[in-house]
Structure formats: C-alpha cells, structure tokens
Design a binder for this molecule. Sequence first.
Ligand code: NDP
Length: 395
Amino acid sequence: MSARPITILGATGSIGRSTLDLVGRNPDKYRCVALTANSNVVELAEAARKFRPEVAVVADASAYSALKEALAGTGIEVAAGAEAVVDAAERPADWVMSAIVGAAGLQPTLKAAQRGATVALANKESLVCAGDIVTRAANDSGGRLLPVDSEHNAIHQVFDYERPERVARVILTASGGPFRERSRAEMALVTREQALSHPVWSMGAKISIDSATLMNKGLELIEAHHLFPVSVEQLDVLVHPQSVVHSLVEYVDGSVLAQLGTPDMRTPIAYTLAWPDRIETPSKRLDLAAIGKLTFEAPDPERFPALNLAWSALRAGEGAPAVLNAANEVAVQAFLDGRIGFLDIAAIVADVLDKLGAPKIGSLADVMAIDSEARRTAETAVLARNGAAVAAGKR
Ligand code: NDP
C-alpha cells in the first residue's frame, strides 16, 4: 500500500511535533505534502529536511528568505504569507492536521474541509468562530472532521452515531488547571510562569493559559456542540484532576461509556491518523492499580467565570462565540506580555461580550469582520486595564 499523503498545519507546535513523532515512527504509512509554521524557521527547516514535504510554508512573510536559505539545495518548495498557508491546505493531501493556534487556523482549516480532506481538528478556535461554516463545508464536500482534542476524541470513540437520540448527556472532563484550588485573591497575583505550568499536560502557551482560566473548557463546549448531534442542555463539564478519563457519554438507559488513557496527545492524534484502523503509539500504558484513585468534582463558576462566559456565548449563538474567542486571544496575549493580570482575562472577555453581543453571521466575511472588531474592542479594554494598573502602581 502506498504511503498516505498528509499535511501538518502548525508543524512546529506542541501538536505538530507530536504528529511528526508518529509520522517518523511510521515512514511507510505516511508521507508529508506540506508542513507549515508561523515564524519558527529553524524548527520548520529541520522538520522539512527530515520529512521531505513537497512544500514548507511560513505564515510570517518576513521569514521567507531565511526559510529559503535554510532549505537551499533540498528541492523542497518554499512559500510564505497567510495566503500561502491556505494554499498549502489546498494541496491534495488526504489527511490534514489542523494545529495552528487561534483564529489564524480558520481559513486553512476551512480550505481543507472544502476540498473533502479528512481534517484532524486540534484548532478548536476554527469551530468556535465558524462552526456552522466549517462543518457544512466538510459535509458538502464529503470530507470528515476527526477531533484531536482529547475530550472530543474520547467522545468520538464512544458516541453511538447510529442512535444519537439514545444519548442523554455528553460530559467533558477538565483537569481544572494549575489554579484548581486557588482562591480569587490568590489568582489575582499569579505570574505568567505559574499560569503556564499545567499540572498534567505539556502544551503551547495559549492553550495552557486557557486551561488555567478554564476558558479552554468553555471553547471545548462550543466545539462539542458543533461536532456532536446533541443540544446545549445535554452538554456538561466535570473536573477530573488526573486527566485519565478523557470524557464520557451517558445513554438513556443510565450506561456511561468513557475513553481512558494516559495524558499523551499522541494517543488521540494516532486515532485520527489511522481511523478507522488503529496504530501503535509510544504513549505510556495506563496502570490504574498504580494510580489507585481517580477523583471528580463539579467546576466552580464563581472562581472560574470564563466557563459561564462560554456557556452564555454558546446559548446566544450567531457571532457571540467568535467575539468570545477573539477577545480571549487578545487578553491571553496581553497577560503573556505582562500587560494585564490573570483575572483581567475573563473580565475583558466579559466586557467585550457585553459591548458586542451576538452579531449576525451569514458568511465567512462576517466572521472575519466580527473577529476584527472584537480584537479592537478587546485591545481598548486591555489598554484601559493596563493604564489603571500602572496608575495604581501595580504594573
Ligand atoms: P503551539 O503554540 O505549540 O503551536 C502553534 C503552531 O501554530 C505553531 O506551529 C506555530 O508556528 C503556528 N502558528 C502560530 N500562529 C500562526 C499564524 N498566525 N499563522 C500560521 N501558523 C501559526 O500550539 P499547540 O500545538 O499547543 O496548539 C495548537 C492548537 O491545538 C490550538 O488550537 C490548541 O487549542 C489545540 N490543542 C492543543 C493541545 C495540546 O496538547 N497542545 C490539545 C488540544 C488542542 P511557530 O512555531 O512558527 O510560532
């Protein structure tokens, strides 16, 4: 059997690297068509030299010459710019890993879905911003979205697609992040480094902060609503600090099915690579006797308001999730840059949602316009909070 052509969007990130690790272990099964990054030329060039894609692309146009030089003499095509990333997604790869972080992943993900590829979807932000548009594109083209997020991947594994009406509840588990036991007063003082140190998972910076605020679970609720044929009322969140039970589906007869595993993203990535078959992974095997105890608790919306903001945006529908996502991206970056405090992240998202509400979405252009306006509004809110903190001598 010839090797399956695959593309990795976001090849230099945490998910991209794990994907390449699996590809490297199965050289006869998969071959790379395109690898993309934002600006990390060194790592992209290294991956390209090893995996020999047809094309290597950086979204940051100013990195073009450096990439061209790094791949000189290899015969690998080089391209740069946001459009070039979309073009890479359009190349005829059968399977596309969507692992760009943030709304920047939307257009290339949509392009892959439109041309009927199997899209392994890690980039949850594209479904949050434009879930109806992306899922419709995949349905219309005969493509497929296979969720990479460990929670949605778990649900995909135990969801009875033949009888969705027999599903009572879909329960997303959440580790609770590094501040699960902190008070609001303590969270007001946490540093960037503390927020980035996730107790279980090793991930990129943005999703690590989202996990600390629990916005990640909120984005995942919206993602789940688009991926699975269930209503908002059937979705639930359960905090499970050990991250062994990756999510659960409850059926009308009271049976609850779950998928379990050690916290290693190579397991869900491998599931999407090989689906409906399975391939081996080097992921540590689950030893429940050694773990001994698994615990569960309800999330606390008072200490983690981001979760309720996401619930409200999901219920409001239309452009509210895109507003939530854009405001969150701006606020998370401002926190990472030391411009605002940890609690300001959810507060800014709440401000922007209050101001912009749920604008109507008719097309991708509407989504892009809403995204831009929400970013501008969030940036103004960041400036106001930063200014107030500086004036008070707190920053
Ligand atoms: P990382 O920050 O580790 O990697 C992001 C990747 O996207 C890098 O390759 C980066 O390139 C590229 N990138 C960043 N900005 C742009 C841009 N504007 N245009 C094109 N490419 C860009 O993120 P993760 O791998 O952690 O996460 C990726 C996605 O997967 C996110 O949506 C996240 O929510 C989701 N996810 C991640 C999980 C994890 O365990 N990490 C688990 C579940 C979902 P460069 O290196 O050059 O900056």
